[in-house]
Ligand binder design. Structure first.
Ligand code: SAM
Length: 427
C-alpha cells in the first residue's frame, strides 16, 4: 500500500491549510481506496506528543464553530428555522454538500472523501438488514431510513433546484462515518484526521482541542513507532452505532450491549408470563407491573433529560432548543433493558425485577431470582435465532460469503456470544 506523495492533491490541500504531515503519512489501498494514517518512516511519536494538527480553518463545521467552511444553506433565515426540524448532523451534511458543490478551496478534500459510504442504512436491502438478527438493530435501521427519507423529501421540496441538494445524501453518509466531536460540542469534519481508523481496544491517539484553541490535534497515548498505524477510538458505543452509520463492526467491542426487551413495560409483561403459579396462573398483576415500569422509565428519561440539557448549557434558549432535538435523537435510538460485556445490568430492570420478586416470592433470594430471570431471557433469545453460533462462525469464515452478509454475521455473532456469557454467569 503506497503513501500519498507530496504532489497528491490532498497532501497539497493539507499543506496549503497548515495541516502538517511531518510525522505522519496517508496511505491508500489501491484496490479499495481505503485510507489510513501511519507514522512516517524515521519518526517516532512520544507519549502526549502531537501526531497531527488540523487548524479549524481547514475544517467543515456548522455556524457556531470556528471552521473555515461553516455556512449552512439550511440556515437561510426563513420562518421555521432550520434547527426546528433538521438535526446538527443534517446541518453539517448540508454544509459539506454546499462545500462540494462550490468546488472552491476544499475541492481536493471533497474529491478525496469516499464516493459512496456503504452501510446498512444507506444501501442494504430489507433482507440484508434482516440478517442482523437483533430487533434493536433492525428497528434503528428502519427509523433512520424513514427519517432520512423524510429529510430528503423536505429538502428537495425546498432546495431541489440548488446545486448542493443533490450531494446531500452523500454528505450525510460522510458526516455519519467521519465527523469528529470535541467534548460537549457539535461535530465537524477535520480533513486528514478523518482518515484515521478506529479501534475498540487498541487506540494509540486521541483527538483534543489544541492548547492555543485554534486547531484539533491528535495526541499520542503512548510511544508510537515508525510505520505504526494511528488508531483512535471514535466512541464507546454498542455495535449498532458503528455498523449502521459507519459500515463496520470492528471485532470484539467491549461496549457492545444486547437489548433483552424493547422496553421496561415489555420486560414487566414477560416477568408476569414467565413466573406463574404452579397451576400456570399469572400471579403478578400485569397492570400494576406496567405501572412500576412506566414510573421507572419516566425517572430514567428525566435523568437523561437533565444530563443532556445540562450539557447544552441550560438557560440559553437556542441551547435548550438544540438540547431538545439532541434529546429526541438520543431517545429515538436508546435501547430497552440490556446487558453488556461487563456484568453491568440495566439498573432500572434490576430494580423492577427485584420489586416483583419481593412481592411474589418473599422467601427467595431476590438477586438470585433476578439473575435467573435474565439468564432465562438470554437463553430464550439465543433459542429464537435462526442460526446457531457454530453456523455463524462457518459463514463468517467461508470465502464465498458475500461481504454484507459477512458483516451482518460478524455483528450477530458477537451479540450471541454476549448472551452466552450472561447465560453462564453464576448466581
Ligand atoms: C473516519 S473514516 C476513517 C478513514 C477511512 N478508512 C478512509 O478511507 O477515509 C471511517 C471509515 O473507515 C472505516 N473504518 C474505520 N475503522 C475501521 C475498523 N476498525 N474496521 C473497519 N473499517 C474501519 C469505515 O469504513 C468507516 O466508515
Amino acid at each position: 500500500m503506497p503513501a500519498l506523495s507530496n504532489d497528491h492533491p490532498l497532501v497539497a490541500f493539507a499543506s496549503s491549510f497548515g495541516i502538517e504531515l511531518n510525522d505522519v503519512e496517508i496511505y491508500e489501498d489501491e484496490r479499495t481506496n481505503d485510507r489510513s494514517v501511519r507514522v512516517r518512516e524515521g519518526s517516532t511519536l512520544k507519549t502526549n506528543s502531537v501526531a497531527l494538527r488540523v487548524p479549524f480553518s481547514a475544517c467543515v463545521g456548522t455556524s457556531g464553530l470556528r471552521c473555515g467552511k461553516n455556512v449552512c444553506p439550511l440556515d437561510d433565515g426563513a420562518v421555521g428555522s432550520s434547527r426546528e426540524f433538521y438535526t446538527a448532523s443534517d446541518r453539517l451534511a448540508a454544509t459539506l454538500a454546499a462545500t462540494r458543490a462550490e468546488n472552491g478551496t476544499h475541492e481536493a478534500y471533497c474529491v478525496a472523501l469516499p464516493g459512496r459510504v456503504e452501510t446498512p442504512t444507506t444501501e442494504w436491502t430489507k433482507a440484508e438488514i434482516g440478517e442482523l438478527g437483533f430487533v434493536r438493530a433492525i428497528a434503528n435501521c428502519a427509523k433512520t431510513k424513514s427519517r432520512d427519507d423524510e429529510v430528503e423529501r423536505r429538502l428537495l421540496e425546498k432546495y431541489g433546484a440548488e446545486s448542493w441538494a443533490k450531494h446531500f445524501a452523500w454528505a450525510r453518509a460522510c458526516v455519519r462515518s467521519r465527523a469528529v466531536g470535541l467534548e460537549h460540542g457539535e461535530s465537524f469534519l477535520a480533513p486528514v484526521l478523518d482518515m484515521v481508523n478506529h479501534s475498540h481496544t487498541a487506540a494509540n491517539v486521541k483527538w483534543d482541542p489544541s492548547d492555543d484553541g485554534d486547531a484539533v490535534v491528535l495526541r499520542a497515548l503512548r510511544t508510537i513507532e515508525s510505520g505504526e498505524e494511528l488508531l483512535t477510538q471514535y466512541a464507546c458505543e454498542p455495535a449498532e452505532s458503528f455498523l449502521l452509520h459507519m459500515g463496520f463492526v470492528g471485532g470484539m467491542n467491549p461496549y457492545d450491549r444486547v437489548e433483552l426487551w424493547t422496553s421496561l413495560e415489555a420486560a414487566a409483561d414477560w416477568f408476569a408470563e414467565t413466573f406463574k403459579s404452579e397451576r400456570g396462573e399469572v400471579v403478578l398483576d400485569k397492570a400494576a407491573g406496567r405501572q412500576v415500569a412506566m414510573e421507572l422509565e419516566a425517572q430514567q428519561r428525566a435523568r437523561e433529560r437533565a444530563s443532556i440539557v445540562g450539557l447544552a448549557g441550560g438557560a440559553d434558549a437556542v441551547a435548550d432548543e438544540s438540547a431538545e432535538i439532541r434529546l429526541r435523537e438520543v431517545q429515538s435510538t436508546l435501547m430497552g433493558p440490556s446487558v453488556g460485556w461487563k456484568t453491568d445490568y440495566d439498573e432500572a430492570l434490576w430494580l423492577m425485577f427485584r420489586h416483583f420478586t419481593k412481592a411474589l416470592m418473599p422467601d427467595e433470594n431476590a438477586d438470585h431470582i433476578v439473575l435467573h430471570a435474565i439468564k432465562k431471557r438470554c437463553e430464550e433469545m439465543l433459542m429464537s435465532m435462526r442460526t446457531t453460533i457454530e453456523e455463524d462462525e462457518k459463514l463468517f469464515s467461508a470465502e464465498d460469503t458475500p461481504p454484507r452478509l459477512r458483516l451482518a454475521v460478524e455483528f450477530r455473532l458477537y451479540k450471541k456470544c454476549l448472551l452466552v456469557k450472561h447465560l453462564r454467569e453464576s448466581s
